[in-house]
Design a protein around this ligand. Structure first.
Ligand code: SAM
Ligand code: SF4
Length: 330
């Protein structure tokens, strides 16, 4: 039975967080000192994770599985997890969102294991700005990871960028130039109120309109899909007539909740029907108590039926979820 909510939206895209840990400390995501990581016994084991995803794929119509975190490359045995998910039937599309550190080593094995697509986060091309924003001197590792992903054949490699006012907001055209040169597909994401330290301020957020204006000083952008963006959150634009494109994800100023097709599983086995959900459905307890596939499928169904029509960021009584992005899985 498909995962259809009360508003007629069907979830087919599952985001799986593999760990809440990270080797960067991006200012829009985490405080400099890091966070209290989840204790290991609370994390789903590889077997539990593959079983949970297997139920979603075989019984509930999930067609795409994206691994994220925290930093998913820190999960030991990641190629093995990818390989087992690639063995599920019907085979889901498998993708990964990563900061790219360690990808120079892992891109080949991940590709061989069945990884179809990859998104690498890159917010700046300046070493100083990288250190300021991510609080670690790792820009070269990210760039090496990007190269390795392209060499391994995961093309087009997608690049995610978040702009922060006064930090890297001057860099939109440079990032696009860099991605065009290397054949990467760039998408800007508006900063959302999901940081652990609750530092997000609407007035400081660089909006989709501002990104468009900045890019338009150097490039001619034409909407690529005037008929609408379906369930894809990125609005796409042809760059200088195409065929290259750039995407802008206006999560805050141009919400796409009405077409959302996502559901999420956290590293500790909690199902979430939205990034901004304030409640979770516990899948780990029944998994560990020997529940049948039908019983597990019922938990997924209960979770999706409770999905709200929108994220509510723009409502005056908006409440940021208790867990930050890094623990939910971005
Ligand atoms: N560590 C991996 C990475 O950085 O790609 C995967 C997890 S990260 C939470 C996933 C994506 O969410 C990244 O592209 C990151 O830039 C983005 N992100 C993190 N915090 C965000 C926020 N407050 N608003 C918008 N995007 C955010
Ligand atoms: Fe780590 Fe990704 Fe968060 Fe940056 S955005 S701190 S890389 S989880």
């Amino acid at each position: 039975m498909p995962l259809t909510d009360q508003f007629g939206r069907t979830a087919t895209d599952l985001r799986v967080s593999l760990t809440d840990r990270c080797n960067l400390r991006c200012a829009y995501c985490m405080p400099a000192e890091g966070l209290d990581w989840l204790p290991k016994p609370e994390l789903l084991t590889d077997d539990e994770l593959v079983r949970a995803v297997g139920v979603a794929v075989a019984m509930l119509g999930i067609r795409e599985v994206r691994f994220t975190g925290g930093e998913p490359l820190l999960r030991r045995g990641l190629p093995g997890i990818v390989e087992r998910v690639a063995g599920l039937l019907p085979r889901p599309e498998i993708s990964l969102t990563t900061n790219g550190i360690g990808l120079d080593r892992l891109a080949g094995p991940l590709r061989a294991a069945g990884l179809d697509r990859i998104n690498v986060s890159l917010d700046t091309l300046s070493r100083e700005t990288f250190v300021q924003l991510a609080r670690r001197d790792r820009l070269d590792d990210v760039l090496a990871g990007l190269k390795a992903a392209a060499s391994a054949g995961m093309t087009p490699v997608k690049v995610n960028a978040v702009l922060m006012r006064g930090v890297n907001d001057q860099e939109a055209p440079a990032l696009l130039r860099f991605c065009l040169e290397h054949g990467y597909q760039l998408r800007f994401i508006e900063q959302m109120p999901l940081d652990a330290q609750h530092g997000w301020r609407r007035a400081e957020m660089v909006t989709a309109d501002e990104v468009l204006a900045a890019l338009s000083t150097e490039f001619t952008l034409t909407p690529d899909d005037p008929a609408g963006r379906g369930s894809a959150p990125a609005e796409c634009f042809l760059v200088d007539g195409g065929p290259e494109r750039v995407g802008i994800i206006g999560s805050v100023t141009r919400p796409f909740c009405g077409a959302c097709d996502r559901i999420r599983l956290t590293a500790d086995g909690q199902l979430r029907n939205c990034l901004f959900a304030t409640a979770e459905s516990d899948l780990r307890t029944p998994l560990r108590a020997g529940a049948s596939d039908d019983e597990l499928a019922a938990v997924w169904q209960r979770c999706i039926r409770a999905k709200l029509p929108g994220h509510g960021i723009n409502d005056p009584d908006f409440l940021q979820p208790a867990r930050p992005m890094s623990a939910i899985g971005g």
